[in-house]
Design a protein around this ligand. Sequence first.
Ligand SMILES: [Zn+2]
Length: 207
Amino acid sequence: MPYTKDYYPNIAALKRDLVRNKHYRTKVADKGSDVTVIAPHGGFIEAGSSYIARGVAGSNYNLYDFQGLRRHKPQRLHVTSTHFRDRKLSELLRHTRLAVSIHSMGDEALGEIWVGGLNLPCKQRICYALTEQGFVVNADSPRYRGVHPANVVNLPSEHGVQIELASDVIASMFAMEGPPFARRATVLPTTARFDAFVAAIRSALAA
Ligand SMILES: [Zn+2]
């Protein structure tokens, strides 16, 4: 969920003020792929996005997951996508052709998934695949369009696709109460909607 006013202007400022593994952590998996899945607002910041991004990355795509670990005011760790830069992510993007970013847009448009970004063919494939699975998709959203060239998802040579999920769509993917993130759990209880979403995105990426 993009905010107009972030508490920290960039990740460097955040890291200067906060403690790694206490307030935040990054999970990075370099699979040597030319596709990278990004959760820039993972952990409790946009709860569910970490786990969904990991599912989409699977065993073959690179993953970069920035996790906010504080439950209290997690949005303080939100650094907007146009300002989001981190060394480990830059290393991945050096050999990345296409990126996909996973976000929660909160209660902005309940029941919907907004798909943006500058890679139009991949965006189109993702919209088609999600619609086929019964998800309600808006490819021409009023906000959060992800079309700024400086948006981290658009930095690769073929740019990327930004996916914003409403909070209730995310909730439908998890069989648990409360925010779908757990600092220590590596496996969360998911539903068939989670599998459908992950399969749709992965089929679009493989096409
Ligand atoms: Zn976000």
